[in-house]
Ligand binder design. Structure first.
Ligand code: SAM
Length: 275
């Protein structure tokens, strides 16, 4: 994790909180604890205090419109031509799950609309499943923070977090349970949550799309460059990368081409010819 001058105060404050919780009075004794064998659980607790987990449903709508109406349309068309019926999306740094669940709802909608206009050459069951066969949609959602992953897996959200979710989406994709909105099982079944540290080398491969939004801003430039290089390798050919509103690949790589439409931005992997 990278903390520049502007975030030093935040780091100091969070460290103080953990020092107090452990009953320690110096940074050095806390450092000794963290680096000891017994300190493993404390390291996890510290990490969970240092990550910024802010997120929301339908965050950055212009970008999601681009994903929904342009990117997905292009991928579905390209894949259908090759009779490749698998769509793999990775939400890297998924926090409490709003991002991967938004993506799942958008994919379900895009597939339904696509087949309204281009019927499949197969008989469709009268009770239409969320994902029309033979398509298989896999959304992998990962984070470094176990607490947010647990909340994401539960997938039940209070009213105030539902504000960006339109009425029709609430109706189709959520059940109201008590005072919370629970993501329907059919949507949950599309998303698989897992722990991944983006700084490691072993990351999920063969993705058609990667969402890594509002995560890189907390990395230094060298780490951002390494991450973008890893994302390049984790994408299928012509795959897409979506980064946060305040992030860009400018100066980090020349292996992606930028697509910018109606205020939404995406990056598509450029295929380099091998000699
Ligand atoms: C600000 S949230 C963004 C959530 C979502 N992508 C969005 O844009 O709404 C950043 C998330 O990245 C996770 N994160 C930070 N560093 C990470 C790392 N090295 N590996 C994996 N996840 C990380 C944090 O735990 C946090 O949940």
């Amino acid at each position: 994790m990278y903390f520049d001058e502007r975030r030093a105060h935040f780091l100091q404050d969070r460290l103080h909180r953990r020092l107090r919780a452990c009953g320690l009075d110096t940074f050095y004794s806390y450092y000794r604890l963290l680096t000891s064998h017994e300190g493993k659980a404390e390291l996890t607790a510290l990490l969970e205090n240092l990550t910024v987990n802010e997120t929301s449903f339908f965050r950055n709508r212009p970008q999601l419109d681009l994903f929904h109406k342009v990117t997905l349309e292009e991928i579905l068309h390209r894949k259908q031509e090759r009779r490749d019926w698998t769509l793999r999306v990775w939400s890297a740094g998924c926090s409490t799950g709003q991002e991967p669940y938004t993506v799942a709802m958008l994919i379900a909608d895009a597939l339904a609309y696509y087949y309204l206009r281009n019927p499949l050459p197969f008989e469709m069951p009268s009770l239409k499943p969320l994902i029309p066969p033979p398509w298989r949609v896999e959304i992998l959602a990962s984070d470094i923070n176990y607490s947010v992953l647990r909340a994401a897996q539960e997938g039940a959200y209070p009213e105030h977090q539902m504000e960006p979710v339109e009425y029709t989406y609430r109706l189709r994709y959520f059940d109201k349970i008590g005072d919370r909105y629970a993501v329907k099982k059919a949507v949950k079944d599309l998303v698989h949550f897992d722990f991944h540290n983006l700084k490691t080398e072993f990351l999920p491969q063969r993705n058609d799309v990667i969402f890594c939004r509002n995560v890189m801003i907390y990395f230094d430039e060298a780490e951002q460059k390494r991450l973008v290089e890893k994302f390049y390798r984790c994408l299928n050919s012509e795959g897409y990368l979506f980064v946060g509103h305040a992030e860009s690949l400018f100066g980090l790589t020349d292996k992606f081409r930028m697509i910018h439409q109606n205020n939404g931005t995406a990056y598509q992997r450029i295929e380099v010819a091998h000699s």
